[in-house]
Ligand binder design. Structure first.
Ligand code: PEP
Length: 257
């Protein structure tokens, strides 16, 4: 049985005070949640990590960053190391988000280095893969996913894979309001699990949690997560409000598979 995981990617939104308010609101709303059926993670911007960590202290809600550099320290102006993220209170880190690939030159090679560095410091990587509209329309979805997965996990063994979460995020569904249908999501999630079985083994592939991301809302979470290979969601826009994110989390916790 895989436990669902819902993560909120706050992207470049929320000042420190706004982030504290949002975290406090979620803490209040999710107070009674049955955390044995779902993991919840908040991923604020770097500046607000320590403050949100303080709000989440002694709750079951996890904290994640949105990116990381692969060196422990050094003359790398503007970068943030896994040591710093741990120090700020993070347990998770999003790696290879499509916005990083699209606007900041992220590649499979840099994703691979970031996964290694995160694992070395005990952070759980949430590794994003996904095709854009052009690739989908050209029938290249599976090839693209294969390229992202094989490149990102190159040289990493089953033990490393088991410590990560994968997020399937079709780029055409991110921030567009256009969600993959539950069947479309399931088709790719099933492909990812099959590929992991070929790259590793059946037992390992069966244990990996694969989140779906792309315009997830309270209205569509239950149907998405009801699919056999969809183990949670990476949520952008709808994670920025207490009402919508808590509704997503509560609905996800109620889905029995
Ligand atoms: C994301 O940022 O990973 C994402 C899925 O965004 P949205 O939910 O807004 O589509």
């Amino acid at each position: 049985m895989r436990k669902s995981i819902i993560a909120g990617n706050w992207k470049m939104y929320k000042t420190i005070n706004e982030a504290i308010d949002l975290a406090n609101g979620l803490k209040r709303e999710l107070f009674k949640l049955n955390f044995s059926s779902v993991d919840v993670v908040l991923c604020p911007g770097y500046c607000a990590l320590s403050e949100v960590a303080e709000v989440l202290n002694e709750t079951d809600i996890g904290l994640g960053a949105q990116d990381v550099y692969w060196q422990d320290e050094g003359a790398f102006t503007g970068e943030v190391s896994p040591v710093m993220l741990k120090d700020a209170g993070c347990q998770y880190v999003i790696i290879g988000h499509s916005e990083r690939r699209q606007f900041f030159g992220e590649t499979n090679q840099t994703v691979n280095k970031k996964i290694r560095a995160s694992l070395k410091h005990g952070l759980t990587p949430i590794v994003c893969v996904g095709e854009n509209l052009q690739e989908r329309e050209a029938g290249q979805t599976f090839n693209l996913i294969k390229n992202h997965l094989q490149g990102s996990f190159e040289g990493l063994g089953a033990e490393a894979l088991l410590k990560t979460v994968i997020a399937y995020e079709p780029v055409w569904a991110i921030g567009t309001g256009k969600t993959a249908t539950p069947d479309e999501a399931q088709e790719v999630h099933q492909y990812i699990r099959q590929l992991l079985k070929e790259m590793y083994d059946e037992e390992t592939a069966g244990q990996i949690r694969i989140q779906y991301g792309g315009s997830v809302k309270p209205e569509n979470i239950a149907e998405l997560i009801g699919k056999p290979d969809v183990d949670g969601a990476l949520v952008g826009g709808a994670s920025l409000k207490v009402d919508s994110f808590s509704a997503i989390v509560i609905k996800a916790s109620e889905v029995v598979k």
